[in-house]
Design a protein around this ligand. Structure first.
Ligand code: PHE
Length: 486
């Protein structure tokens, strides 16, 4: 029997969706990626653009995605197809669902490698394998951890197994149950760590680094990175949020839950920055350490701190749990699609997906050792997965979703799903029609080198363009709908 005949399973508890979606959003993106990107792109200016992207693009896209999921009650492919056919539009739009599903899978393929770092560092903390006295020792440990494909592969395989075990158990018994203890646990651990960080030196410098905008103009590269990261950190356009939304009960407010998730996610990212940069500055390290930043700097600090081992263990347990609550969300789209369309059990779907994932992630893992020379245009397979998903697939997928919702599909569908008061609905519509698409396009134009935009100088022009486009768009709207839909 297909799900067309069965009612779709829903979150059991009142907090089921919020916990699961926050678990998906809060992950390595917040604790590992955000700090090192901020370091790489120069601090405050990057943080500002990132915050603007979350508000202007992330929140509207997330609301739209949840609405698609709940209305379509299915995996991204099925949900998008149902919602567009309901409006009498071509089911070819479900290509957006395919891209999202593929994107989630590609992200997971490199994500398990990084999550594997976290697991292995937890083990090192527990077994005393992190002894060393200086920055150089820590770099050497990190390099040695990566050099052996069997070691690195062991840890990423473990992450893959844990992910599939949880997902295989189902939405309520697997995902909901695991996030309902992992999320509160994570928050408690993070709070303890922050409390600790505030009293260690270097806090002031970290604060200034993150929140002072005098760094001047941010590179185009940095702007595109900030946008891509807004998508990544909120788990957008990769099937995760949409699929979780498909289990959302009708009585829940999409807007309220979206804001809750976005605020929690942003707070965790900023707190992670405030926990990590003090350590980096206090030890005279460069904030531009790249992907290894977290793993090379923090262990050093934990050694110097009183009760450092205990806090180190706490930190890596937290990081590993954050990674797991995200990784399960990345395969849920694929697994739910398989279950609904291929007539197989959830367990089979999960393990089948796991095997393919294991093969692809092994290739990504090899970028750090055997395949160190296998590059294409200067990027390893691992970097390609990250680059393609964050910079291209997620923004493009998000653009497709908001344009569909804003111009192509029947407005009643979204009015009903979102259930907003008229002025709030108008605001959402304005965001998905103009602000989010323009934001995404501007950054693409910039990144493709079509025009060079300087952050901080060109914003009045952008506002003017926005006003003009809005005016034209509103005048042409019914026609625009027809053109876009054909
Ligand atoms: N949001 C997660 C993080 O910040 C990553 C993620 C991306 C999860 C896409 C699901 C889908 O770590």
């Amino acid at each position: 029997m297909t799900t067309e005949q069965q009612p779709r399973v829903q979150w059991l508890g009142r907090w089921g969706f919020v916990l699961a979606a926050t678990g998906s959003a809060v992950g390595l993106g917040n604790i590992w990626k955000f700090p090192y990107m901020t370091g790489e792109y120069g601090g405050g200016a990057f943080v500002l653009v990132y915050l603007v992207c979350i508000l202007a693009v992330g929140v509207p896209v997330m609301m739209t995605e949840i609405a698609f999921g709940r209305r379509g009650r299915g995996s991204p492919i099925d949900a998008v197809r149902r919602v567009v056919t309901e409006s009498g539009r071509s089911s070819a739009w479900s290509i957006l669902g395919w891209m999202a599903m593929l994107c989630g899978f590609m992200i997971l393929s490199f994500y398990v490698v990084v999550a594997g770092w976290s697991f292995s560092y937890l083990w090192k903390m527990l077994s005393g394998g992190l002894n060393g006295s200086g920055v150089d020792d820590m770099v050497a440990i990190f390099v040695a951890n990566n050099e052996n494909p069997f070691n690195l592969g062991f840890w990423s395989t473990l992450v893959t197994l844990a992910t599939m075990l949880i997902v295989g158990k189902g939405v309520q018994a697997g995902i909901e149950k695991s996030v309902s203890w992992m999320m509160p646990g994570m928050v408690v651990m993070l709070l303890i760590l922050i409390g600790y960080g505030v009293f260690s030196g270097g806090f002031g410098e970290a604060w200034r680094f993150l929140f002072s905008f005098k760094t001047g103009s941010l590179s185009s590269e940095g702007m595109l990175a900030a946008l891509g990261h807004a998508f990544f950190t909120l788990s957008l356009a990769s099937g995760a949020i949409l699929t979780y939304g498909s289990y959302l009960p009708v009585r829940s407010s999409i807007a309220r839950t979206t804001f809750g998730v976005a605020i929690a996610d942003t707070l965790v990212a900023l707190m992670a920055g405030l926990a990590i940069f003090p350590v980096i500055f206090a030890n005279g390290m460069s904030p531009e350490g790249g992907p290894g930043l977290l793993f090379m700097s923090l262990p050093l600090a934990f050694q110097a701190m009183p009760l450092g081992t205990l806090f180190g263990i706490l930190f890596f347990v937290m990081l590993s749990m954050a990674a797991l609550t995200s990784s399960i969300s990345m395969v849920e789209a694929t697994v739910s699609w398989l279950v609904d369309n291929k007539g197989i059990t959830r367990r089979t779907a999960a393990w089948g997906t796991g095997i393919v994932l294991w093969l692809v992630s092994t290739l990504a893992m090899l970028s750090f050792n055997l395949g160190a020379d296998w590059t294409l245009a200067g990027r390893h397979f691992f970097d390609w997965l990250d680059y393609l998903t964050s910079r291209w697939m997620m923004p493009l997928g998000g653009l497709g979703m908001v344009l569909l919702a804003g111009f192509v599909l029947k407005s009643e569908s979204f009015r009903e799903e979102l259930g907003l008061a008229p002025y709030w609905h108008a605001l959402w519509l304005f965001m998905v029609r103009y602000v989010s698409p323009l934001g995404i396009l501007v950054i693409f134009v910039d990144a493709l080198g079509i025009a060079r935009l300087e952050f901080g100088v060109h914003w009045p022009w952008l506002l003017a363009v926005l006003a003009v486009i809005t005016l034209i768009g509103e005048l042409l709207s019914p026609r625009l709908r027809r053109t876009l839909a054909s």
